[in-house]
Design a protein around this ligand. Sequence first.
Ligand code: HEC
Length: 222
Amino acid sequence: MSTPLNSDPRIDQAAVTDESLQSAHDVLLGKQPDEKARYKLLPLNLLFLFSGLIFLAGTYLNRYAGHFDPHIYNENSIPVKGGAVAAVVVDPVVAGKKLFNNAACNTCHMVNGVGQPGAIPPLVGSDWVTGSEERIIRIVLHGLQGPITVNGANYNSAMPPFGRVAGSGFNWSDDKIASVVTYVRQEWGNQAPPVTTAKVTEIRTKDGDRKPWTVDELQKLP
Ligand code: HEC
């Protein structure tokens, strides 16, 4: 057989005889199947293990997940019964304590209400706290400045207004003011009657928008 000129040498190399093709296939067909490459059934013990875990997880969630009721987790959510919204009774002392300690009163008067010597008067045992409810409502709504004597010690500083007053960082509603005032009147051994939201609304309406109070001004009022 003469080799044609310019023939591609790769074609010549690839050429095989029928016999060699046949024997190459014989080799492949004679091989044993590769068992390891096949899928196998999930081992029974693993199946039992995972079934058991899923069962336990289901039992656990059923027992401890509170049936995924939002009210179990969210203390502020409003419980809904039979389509009607039931009234939530929030203890003003509990709500007031939260407000007091949420970077508000506590930053100056301290968590335990003792104030800071020479700078911030105490709320513990103070007549300004346990005395006239109108007076303390006014102080918290519009703030206080100038000299004041509390538990026999003198102070002369300024307390910011917490009511909706222009220029104040605080924008508390009447019920927030009522809660925090009720809280300070009943915490740390203080014993004074609670203050209602209606009373705060009444004072706020009467006083309107005004600058911080002074002790002189407050003493002329009930
Ligand atoms: C930025 C500091 C500051 C914050 C915040 C603050 N106060 Fe005061 N408070 C003062 C100062 C200062 C005085 C005294 C003002 C003066 O010298 O005229 C005062 C006075 C008072 C008084 C009258 C005096 C007394 O000690 O009994 C009451 C009541 C009071 N604060 C309650 C509160 C409540 C309630 C809050 C939170 C809602 C609050 N204060 C937040 C600084 C603060």
